[in-house]
Structure formats: C-alpha cells, structure tokens
Design a protein around this ligand. Structure first.
Ligand code: 2BA
Length: 107
C-alpha cells in the first residue's frame, strides 16, 4: 500500500477530490499553507493500493493547473527572503509525494 500526498491549489481541490472519490479513492483534505508564498493551498492524503497510484496521479494531473502568482512587494516571504519588486512565481499543478505504508488499520 502507498500514501499519495498531493499539495494542490485551493481552486482545484474540490474538482480533484470529486473525481478521485468518483473513481473510488478515499481522500483526506488538509488546509495547508505554502512556506514560500505563505498562501493557502490544500494537501490531499490518499491511501491506495500500489497498482492504483498511477491512475490516482493521472486524475490529479488532469484537474490541477499551473498558475503564475505575483507576490506583492509588501508580502513577507519565508526564510528571510525579501524583494523591492513584485515577484512572479509559477506554482505547479500539484506537488506529489508517494510513500510506502508500513501498516494500515481501520479500527
Ligand atoms: P509555496 O512554498 O508557497 O511555493 C509556491 C511556489 O513558489 C512554488 O511552486 C515555487 O514555484 C516557488 N518557490 C517555492 N520555494 C521557493 C524558493 N525557495 N525560491 C524560489 N521560488 C520558490 P511549487 O514548487 O509548485 O510548490 C507549490 C507548493 O507545494 C508550495 O507552496 C509548498 O506548499 C508545496 N511544496 C512544493 N515543494 C515542496 C517540497 N519539496 N516539500 C514540501 N512542500 C512542497
């Protein structure tokens, strides 16, 4: 079994979740904040069989779009980064980690 952890844009989260659930995946949504932009995003936790990881990632890929965000010069950034000019960053469609699940139990 694997755990797919996907950090997605808040705008895409509802649609991705709906499609994952339609295809029989179990999903937990966590409201999270990106460390760099300090903007809200959504982290999805999906526990699934090894052979369903690729279909799961395909669904996420189909419904998550890349976006360009402009960070106002007055924003505070993480790790002490600052700039006098608005900064353009491309926020990916999704950032995905796939990890092995050692043990899975529902009690
Ligand atoms: P944030 O940390 O808010 O980052 C938003 C976007 O800012 C990133 O998009 C990237 O384009 C840019 N960025 C991030 N850190 C940077 C840095 N040190 N210098 C220059 N530009 C930087 P994505 O890479 O698509 O990441 C979207 C969100 O996914 C991130 O939001 C963060 O919440 C998460 N994420 C991405 N990579 C991660 C990782 N390796 N570990 C944990 N979370 C990650």
């Amino acid at each position: 079994m694997k755990l797919v952890t996907a950090i997605v844009n808040k705008e895409d989260a509802k649609q991705v979740c709906n499609h994952l659930i339609q295809e029989g995946f179990s999903v937990t949504r966590l409201s999270t904040t990106g460390g760099f932009l300090m903007a809200g995003n959504m982290t999805l936790m999906i526990g699934t069989e090894d052979e369903k990881v690729d279909p799961c990632i395909q669904i996420i890929a189909q419904h998550c779009k890349q976006r360009t965000e402009v960070v106002p010069s007055t924003a505070s950034y993480g790790i002490g980064v600052a700039t006098a000019y608005p900064l353009q960053v491309t926020v990916g469609g999704a950032t995905i980690f796939v990890t092995n699940v050692e043990r899975f139990e529902k009690l």
